[in-house]
Design a binder for this molecule. Structure first.
Ligand code: G3P
Ligand code: MG
Length: 249
């Protein structure tokens, strides 16, 4: 039997339902996934919203950014119609809605903190409100990651008991290398982009003492190859393609 790494539904079951919505996380659960990833950022009034982009245009009925908007704007948005009429009226969830869903369904969650481009005061608000929001999460089933390593470091100072994943893309990133940065934050895992990833790199990350969770892997063939390299986890938009026993691991 082919073996696969642990599977995280990326933004939920995002090829079957609109990404980063409760519908998408519920779909992941329905098809048997035990883990999902989502993205979080902050609005001008401190509301934490679950969304990938820093603008509303692609995945909602709104337009423009949200750093100058707040809760009352959020409630008016439709986050499903762009995907399919079946999902019209789906909301952009607040972080609390997602945490409640994940905890009730006993799913493992990876919360990715998006780089907040709303200025220093809003970044402070993001951190402050995240720390309040995650107060009661089950730390055994919760992993926090970010490309924004300054934010990751600040989060770690507040909640050193929550496991971290160091996200990196292959283009040049400012700041320390993953070797230095992830060790300093005592990260559990490195989260590399699948594009350009080599078996040697996976080996190097393991040798340094970190798990390897790779994004975004949308074919069974690639997932099986990564498993043969010893990769621990993958993020996929297509959890429905995997056998039930792989999803259940
Ligand atoms: O957390 C893995 C992956 O989601 C990182 O990239 O752009 O899909 O949030 P992105
Ligand atoms: Mg993400």
């Amino acid at each position: 039997m082919t073996s696969y790494p642990r599977i995280f539904a990326h933004r939920g079951a995002s090829s079957l339902a609109p990404e980063n919505t409760i519908a998408s996380f519920a779909k992941a659960m329905e098809i048997g996934a035990r883990r999902f990833e989502f993205d979080v950022d902050v609005m001008g009034d401190g509301t934490l919203l679950v969304i990938h982009d820093d603008t509303l245009d692609r995945t909602t009925s709104g337009t423009g950014g949200y750093y100058d908007k707040g809760y009352s704007d959020l409630r008016r948005l439709d986050a499903g119609r762009w995907f399919s009429d079946v999902y019209r009226f789906e909301r952009v969830p607040e972080l609390a809605d997602v945490l409640t869903f994940g905890q009730r369904q006993s799913m493992m969650m990876n919360m990715e903190i998006k780089p907040c481009f709303g200025g220093m005061a809003l970044r402070d608000k993001l951190l402050e409100n995240l720390v309040v929001a995650v107060k009661d999460v089950d730390v055994e089933h919760f992993l926090v990651s970010s490309f924004d390593h300054d934010m990751l470091a600040r989060f770690h100072r507040e909640r050193p008991d929550i496991a971290l994943g160091w996200l990196f893309a292959r283009e040049n990133q400012p700041g320390p290398t993953w070797q230095e940065g992830a060790a300093e934050l005592e990260c559990r895992a490195i989260h590399p982009d699948v594009n350009g990833l080599t078996q040697a790199e996976v080996h190097e990350i393991h040798e340094a003492g970190f798990q390897v969770n790779v994004w975004t892997v949308n074919t069974l063939e690639k997932a099986a190859e990564l498993a043969s390299w010893g990769v621990d986890g993958i993020f996929t938009d297509r959890p429905q393609d995997f056998p039930a026993e792989a999803l259940a691991r």
